[in-house]
Design a protein around this ligand. Structure first.
Ligand SMILES: [Zn+2]
Length: 579
């Protein structure tokens, strides 16, 4: 920011809002249509920049701030509001970042994982914007003639039509040949985004320390760093060119280095045992260096903002050490095969997860693999699908009797015990969501493993014992850090109280807060609340609301397909997110 001359604008803004919106004390007025909402929005709309730091955690940040290594974040914390931001389940980034922009949980918006199940197919395409069932902030703001800019948010490909620009999460495929990667089409943005036009990375001392280690970084991490730099230069260039009212982008690398290097950052954590001193010396500084890099890029970006722009910096979850039993993955397909519900093409490969193939024509139930790692054992819901004739390509379960089969399978799963009598599943849920016209097929059953079985020895299937560790459980070895519930929130701007520590709002509260900051009525079908404790005005006047924007606004986008999936899947594979 250029300076801190906020007192006057702040007072003026508070006065303007007070007059325009909060005129009648304590009442709510429901606006029935878009025209009424458009009219109620005070122009010009206060500018908002939402910047994500995927996986950022106060436990890493606070010591670094105390050492003076994160000056930009420190200054934002001092002059703004800050605190924990509670995450949600499933604690996976596509689900969480979609919650941030839709104001609803994954069950409502439909983006639950990196991949999804397509109806009438066994394929698992990368999640895309057609899976999202709810409006995003950019849909709502665009319709209200407020300009928006979004860069590489999860599940945004194909890019939707917006009042401004949207670079989808297939950002790597930016170019003239790839339709739908950006809105507007590449030709309109070429002036800004052509490789010759993009600026070099700004000088960042932490970057040279990280790139010195390029040789020692796994290829996936190397990629994550380069992607952050590319994403940042795209975001900065577009912001410079268009100055949208609402702008959103994020850095992903903190999450990646957290998964791979936590062990060297916090080697004394109980779950690790002995950690090599040499590796600690070599890699122990990667995580702090990455935070420093983000702080330096953040500082570079803030220079672009007008002084009265509200800045929100958030993470979708925090981070913690990861080891047994939480890093154990349970092989559900193997269990289904032992139960006679699933058949592998070659039974000799049953234990080879990456090589074996399922023979669908003789399979009654199977799991949708989804992403297997980074979600702690026992807290991760897994989706089961029945293979139903008439619905699935090689369906074998009778179309009319599948509900009964579903009940039978549920009962058999519920009856499973270990040798010490523990239930294998702590929860088994039949999913009654109607199939509808959705782009995503909902699971038939959702199961949750009982974490306690990690301490048992054998699993009994119809009286026969199977060794848990030899047959069903494997350890995800490369990963030593995982998500935890408390992420970060830092906010600064003319409508934000300085020095406030917020009392653990959740990711659900970000979208309503952004609409409120923009002076836009918050819809009642959002699942969170405006974070009033960090606002200068506490909303004592008449409050304008709408029931829902869903019926008022139509989304416009290209049809999704899997053309660009392979490149994306390679990226996820390199980071260990999919097999
Ligand atoms: Zn992660």
């Amino acid at each position: 920011m250029k300076s801190s001359k906020w007192i006057l604008p702040l007072a003026l803004l508070a006065a303007a809002i007070g007059v325009a919106v909060w005129s009648l004390p304590g009442r709510e007025r429901v606006l029935a249509d878009l025209a009424a909402v458009r009219e109620a929005v005070t122009r010009p709309v206060p500018k908002i920049a939402l910047i994500g730091l995927d996986g950022a955690d106060w436990n890493v940040m606070r010591p670094l701030m105390a050492e003076g290594r994160l000056p930009v974040l420190s200054s934002l914390v001092e002059s703004g509001a800050s605190g924990d931001l509670r995450s949600l389940r499933p604690m996976l980034s596509p689900a969480l970042w979609t919650t941030v922009v839709t104001g609803v949980g994954a069950e409502s918006h439909g983006v639950r994982d990196f991949v999804f199940k397509q109806p009438g197919s066994y394929a698992q395409p990368i999640v895309n914007s057609s899976v999202r069932k709810r409006l995003a902030l950019w849909n709502i703001l665009s319709e209200l003639d407020i300009t928006v800019g979004v860069v590489d948010w999860y599940a945004t490909w194909p890019a939707e039509e917006v009042n401004g620009f949207l670079v989808s999460d297939r950002i790597k495929s930016i170019g003239a040949e790839t339709e739908g990667v950006t809105y507007p089409a590449y030709e309109s943005l070429e002036e800004v985004l052509s490789p010759a036009k993009l600026p070099r990375t700004p000088p960042a001392p932490a970057l040279s320390r990280l790139t010195e280690r390029f040789d020692t970084l796994p290829p996936g991490l190397n990629k994550a760093l380069k992607e952050d730099l590319y994403r940042y230069s795209v975001a900065r260039s577009l912001y410079q060119a268009y100055h949208p009212d609402f702008f959103a982008f994020y850095f992903k690398g903190i999450d990646a280095v957290g998964h791979f290097y936590w062990k060297y950052f916090e080697p004394t954590a109980e779950v690790y045992g002995e950690v090599s001193e040499d590796l600690i010396a070599l890699l122990g500084s990667v995580i702090p260096d990455y935070y420093e890099l983000c702080d330096q890029l953040l500082g570079d970006f803030l220079k672009e903002l007008d002084e009265d722009t509200t800045v929100l910096i958030i993470s979708d979850h925090g981070f913690q050490a990861f080891g047994r039993p939480d890093n154990l993955i349970f092989d559900l397909d193997r269990l289904l095969s032992v139960m006679g519900l699933l058949e592998f093409e070659d039974p000799a490969l049953a234990g080879q997860r990456s090589e074996r193939k399922i023979r669908m024509a003789s399979t009654r139930a199977y799991t949708h693999k989804g992403t297997q790692i980074v979600a702690t054992f026992g807290e991760r819901d897994r989706a089961l699908y029945l293979n139903v004739a008439g619905r699935d390509p090689d369906g074998v379960i009778d179309e009319h009797g599948w509900r009964q089969t579903r009940e039978e399978i549920k009962d058999r799963l519920a009856a499973l015990r270990t040798d010490l009598g523990s239930r294998v599943f702590s929860q088994i849920r039949i999913n009654e969501q109607p199939p509808g016209e959705s782009a995503q097929q909902e699971p038939d059953l959702v199961v949750r493993l009982n974490r306690e079985i990690a301490f048992d020895y054998e699993l009994l299937v119809e009286g026969r014992p199977y060794s848990l560790y030899d047959v069903f459980l494997w350890e995800y070895g490369d990963i030593s850090g995982t998500h935890r519930d408390e992420g970060i929130l830092v906010a600064r701007g003319p409508a934000i109280r300085a020095g406030v520590v917020v009392d653990s709002p959740s990711l659900l509260d970000i979208a309503p807060t952004i609409l409120h900051l923009a002076g836009v009525p918050v819809p009642r079908d959002f699942e969170g609340q405006v974070i009033r404790e960090m606002l200068v005005e506490r909303g004592a006047g008449e409050r304008l609301v709408v029931e829902s924007y869903e019926e008022m606004i139509e989304r416009s986008q290209l049809a999704a397909d899997d053309r660009l999936d392979e490149e994306y899947r390679d990226r996820l594979r390199a980071l260990g997110y999919v097999e």
